[in-house]
Design a protein around this ligand. Sequence first.
Ligand SMILES: Nc1ncnc2c1ncn2[C@@H]1O[C@H](COP(=O)(O)OP(=O)(O)OP(=O)(O)O)[C@@H](O)[C@H]1O
Ligand SMILES: [Mg+2]
Length: 348
Amino acid sequence: MTAGTPLLNIHGVSRSFGDIRALDDVSLEIHENEFFALLGPSGCGKTTLLRVIAGFEQPDEGMITLDGVDLLPIPPERRAVNLMFQSYALFPHMTVERNVAYGLVCERLPRDEIRVRVDEVLRTVGLTDKRSSLPRELSGGQRQRVALARAIVKRPRLLLLDEPLSALDRKIRGEMQVELKRLQHEVGITFVVVTHDQDEAMSLADRVAVMDEGIVRQLDAPLDLYRRPRSIFVADFIGSSTILKGTYADGAWQAVGVGAIAVGADCAGAIAIALRPEAVRLTATEDAAAVRLGTVQEVYFQGDHALALVKVDEVAFLANVRDDVLPSRGSDVGVAWDATSVIPLFEE
Ligand SMILES: Nc1ncnc2c1ncn2[C@@H]1O[C@H](COP(=O)(O)OP(=O)(O)OP(=O)(O)O)[C@@H](O)[C@H]1O
Ligand SMILES: [Mg+2]
């Protein structure tokens, strides 16, 4: 899925606002028909990157090509790129149909063509029966779909969506995620979606770039990001984990506050190791498998399992519990994991 011709090539792009380096030497390629996500905390530069790609912002340094052609001299309206803004606004006095047609009317396309294209897009987003409604007569999810339809109808090569689902509540958001994925398959447009919701990025995208302070910290497929985070930042940002700083010596990880731990991976050069909660199990204290002994501090119910916070010496371990009987707060337990599930981390 991820293999393909590079459609967009971003090379060494930087952009500062005064002292703030919103983008710091960003390089990445986005492939044809890819569903690409930009993920990162608030203020890390996601919107700035989209604005630079769309042409609303010029980079201080760097190159961007689309289909091998230099994009930077091309004004925004002439780029085969469409940006759906973080706070999109529909025209309140226009019907759904006219909102969607607006961009094509501006391009002075023939009326018949506009009608055909608008009909097609309304069908795609499932809003044919709402074509004559005004935005205020729609639900949040429907409005979002109008905004999407408006962006898709122009048939960009590249569609940039800035937090497209952030205004929606959890349930509709889940439904719209499925829609978005289906739409992308159906219309065959390359999508770049910005989100600060890791679940959204992980479930939708073919590849995810995790950004922090203007820097792309890691770019990988969701599963690889989860299984092989390279930095403490990514291990912490994607999913949750127990992070043990320390040093690698004598074939074991000498963890600060916990002591020597057997590791299955090569940890030479690592600055910390991570353990995912599903790799950590709680045992009876006398169980031979117990690697360490600890005390249960908190148990968080998560639906199909619970997450236990267990204090081992000075360190809090996270462990998934799938038993019917949850451990009680304050009880002593063994903490066990396989050496092979240790993930070495090489950067802060
Ligand atoms: N026009 C501007 N003038 C000054 N500073 C700006 C401007 N645009 C962005 N910034 C700063 O650049 C940094 C990155 O902003 P950006 O909007 O790209 O973040 P973001 O990742 O989209 O955040 P969010 O998730 O909150 O939308 C922030 O520190 C922001 O304050
Ligand atoms: Mg933003």
